[in-house]
Ligand binder design. Structure first.
Ligand SMILES: [Zn+2]
Length: 306
């Protein structure tokens, strides 16, 4: 049995999966206000143990909502929760579950989940993008996660699209995330419409054809389109999967984003990438955590026998 854990900006998730990756049970909990790293780990262990019962745990996969230092699996900078520099998650979780622990960025695991159990593309290159409280990305090539950087890759949310835009927690200004993630869309809407509208309401109005809402969403689609065109020029992915709260059941926005992406793509690469909404929704990271743990466990066993 595989234990899958996730800690993001708003929620904590624990799940159990079979050793072929199939998810069995998923539990969710909202993050308490002001919660720090050690409390998050304690909560995740409690949730995981409850689901596991007395069964033997083969491995633990953990999708962390921030950068992860590949060398020692320790969290790197995390913008939404303090205290990670004072804890040692791999050791803490290994001791708690008495099993090998594999930690990766949550969006990277989302990409892996979609490639294997969601929209399914394990032969080509898949780029996964999530638009929720933040914006993140992950790259899967032929069924394996691309892990080219010491601190990760695919940080599409921190591409600067407007140098005069809002301050981003990363230290730059006008990152894609500050304009097109849920809170960014709400900010853009209040700036352009002069009234407070959350991202969910904005998208509802856009889908009903409200012209003021469409103006805001159109600008967001242009920012996303330019960034995704660069992504296509760099990776020439077969599939781009868009997930996260803002994209949930939002085919209309997906189509608008595609129409604002393709004109900026290198002509030979144009109209060759399949754009789809996430097939796994809220389970995407847990599913990816299961696959990642299974793949890494197999790798470890292979190294031990050779
Ligand atoms: Zn940023």
């Amino acid at each position: 049995m595989i234990i899958c854990l996730e800690s993001g900006g708003t929620k904590l998730v624990a799940a159990v999966a079979e050793t072929d990756g199939e998810l069995r049970t998923v539990a969710r909990r909202y993050r308490r206000p002001g919660q720090e790293a050690l409390e998050t780990l304690t909560d995740l262990v409690e949730m995981g143990r409850e689901l596991a019962g007395a069964e033997t745990i083969d491995a633990v996969g953990y999708g962390f909502g921030g950068t992860v230092r590949r060398a020692d699996q320790r969290p790197g900078p995390c913008f939404h929760e303090p205290g990670w520099e004072n804890v040692d998650p791999p050791r803490y979780l290994e001791e708690a579950f008495r099993a090998p622990v594999f930690i990766e960025n949550d969006c990277n695991l989302g990409a892996l989940g979609e490639a294997h159990f969601g929209v399914r593309d394990t032969r080509g290159t898949l780029f996964y993008m999530t638009i929720g409280t933040g914006i993140g990305g992950g790259i899967v090539h032929r069924g394996r996660l691309l892990q080219s950087g010491a601190l990760g890759e695919g940080e599409i949310g921190h591409v600067v699209v407007d140098e005069t835009g809002p301050d981003c927690p990363c230290g730059n200004r006008g990152c894609l995330e500050t304009l097109c993630a849920g809170p960014g869309l709400a900010r853009l809407a209040s700036h352009m419409l002069g009234s407070t509208v959350d991202a969910c309401t904005l998208m509802q109005r856009f889908r009903k054809g409200d012209s003021a809402a469409t103006g805001v969403v159109e600008l967001a689609a242009r920012y996303l389109g330019k960034t995704l065109a660069v992504t296509i020029n760099l990776l020439a992915p077969d599939t781009i999967v868009m997930g996260g709260g803002v994209m949930t059941d939002n085919q209309a926005f997906l189509e608008l984003v595609v129409s604002r992406t393709e004109p900026h793509v290198f002509p030979f690469f144009r109209n060759r990438t399949r754009f789809v909404l996430s097939a796994l929704g809220e389970n995407v990271v847990s599913q990816g955590a299961a696959i990642y743990a299974i793949q890494r466990l197999a790798e470890q066993k292979e190294t031990q026998t050779t």
